[in-house]
Ligand binder design. Sequence first.
Ligand code: 9MR
Length: 583
Amino acid sequence: MKKLFNHKLLVIAIICCQQVALAQSDKIRLNQLGFYPNAPKIAIWTGDKQSMFFVLGANKLDTVFRGALSEQRISSISQKKTQVADFSTLKKTGKYFLSVKGSEVSYPFEISKDIHRKAAIASLKGFYYQRVSTDLPEAYAGKWHRKAGHPDNAVLIHASATSESRPENSLISSPKGWYDAGDYNKYIVNSGITMGTLFSLYEDHPAYIKGFQTNIPESNNSVPDLLDEALWNLRWMLTMQDPADGGVYHKLTNPSFDAMVMPDKATKPRYVVQKNTISTLDFAAVMAQASRIFKSYQKQLPGLSDSCLNAAIKAWKWAKANPSVLYQQNEMNKKFDPDIVTGGYEDRNSSDEWIWAAIELYITTKDDSYYTAVNLYPDTPLQLPTWSQVRMLGYYSLLRAEKYITNAGKKDIPVLKKQLIAFADNLMSGVETQAYQMVMGKTARDYMWGSSSHAANQGIALLQAYYASGDKKYLTGALSNLDYLLGRNAVGYSFLTGIGSKQVMHPHHRPSEADGIAEPVPGLLSGGPNPGQQDKCTTYTTKIPDESFTDDVCSYASNEIAINWNAPMVYLAAALEALQSRF
Ligand code: 9MR
């Protein structure tokens, strides 16, 4: 009897789910959260040529809006054909579906105020899940609670990193920080851009960020959650400076990557390795920015602002005295043991790190000598921020500080604004005719390792152009890239774990793989399409750049997560939330 009953249930379940599967069409690509009432609303139809689309109410029956699909557009990357469904004039809040041909129905979406708040909070909370050296209790981590990993209170000085007071294999304490990515190591260079991006969000939208609650252990203190989260990494970064001379180690790492195990099961010895100019300058920039931010929190964090500034100045001095020490892992491994084969973050050109550090120190200290110390405006085109290219972070800070800097910097602001706006105009040009009508993906070159962060950083550059000009077209451009990240893309995924109807389920992320929980740790941004396919996974189905993605744990080149990708995601989602009334 019981068996028969179960069998019946199974049959019903199959019929019901087949219907759902039929009804939901992956051929309609849209932001799987939804849209602001007054902002543009675009979906992309990727099926065979059709003329009309319909927006349906929550019951999937009532048509609340009908519109003509655009002419077919051909993607210059895949040669595939798309049509655009523009329903921007539908402004009524509610839950909807979009349908083409009657039979093809999109994932559900909403038109609502605060539509991205969930994504903004989730992506900031993502950093909490990356915390090193601490238990993540259920009260904060939910079902992803876990034991502390990597106390990092007895870290070895690698042979490449010795000094008189710190001989080879002597021990230092260097706890806390965030795991860099899917691996368990901690890298100063990548922490640099990550912290700079989060701090910039705070400085650009302090009022909004102060009201941001992520349910972390520090949520009830009187410091904003974003700063509390950043402090977890800042405290680690401070320990990476050699107190004897101010130089900063490149990374804290195992000699080789850990297996896919939980953090507390990864217990190999860890080392700090080689001080160098670039890690030291990234550190100086972060500490200078931290110093001016934490100046407003002297009561809660006495002395921190001063400590950060002292650390920044000490680092700057070390870099001045050691201006061309590069981190070159292979060279280092020829000279020293054990060999270190984890993430390299090797960068041959320090000119942008000099610019970033000089500008942050100048803004914080108002000392013109930092401003004039290096060539701040080299005659090379602006570039989006990446871990190896941080010049733009300095420029964003300078533009933000316009009102209170000395004339040394102020006099250059008009030219800088012009350059930024030209850069943004270039990003915006031709967007209306793109297959996905977005800024991301105008060229196949946008699909590099960590392409999701490229989309988010394009969005940030456009927001900076909006701040500088007040022109709303840049807001729209930034939003198109948030739509990209949350589903309006050539693979139809929402790249932020835990968000959207078609979610990334198997990121290359050790805790997500090892914890035995079906859903990955939430709030983490998958790297996204990357035709390099350096991981040699066998589950890719194509090499077409914007489709070269596989939701497979083997795919560290297209489906890893990383702190420097999450930070611009937080920025883009949170800043658009803060600015939503401007549409
Ligand atoms: O994000 C980095 C990417 O730009 C590089 O091409 C790649 C190979 O060197 O490394 C990426 O960074 C990884 C780091 O080295 C180790 N932790 C995981 C990072 C994300 O994949």
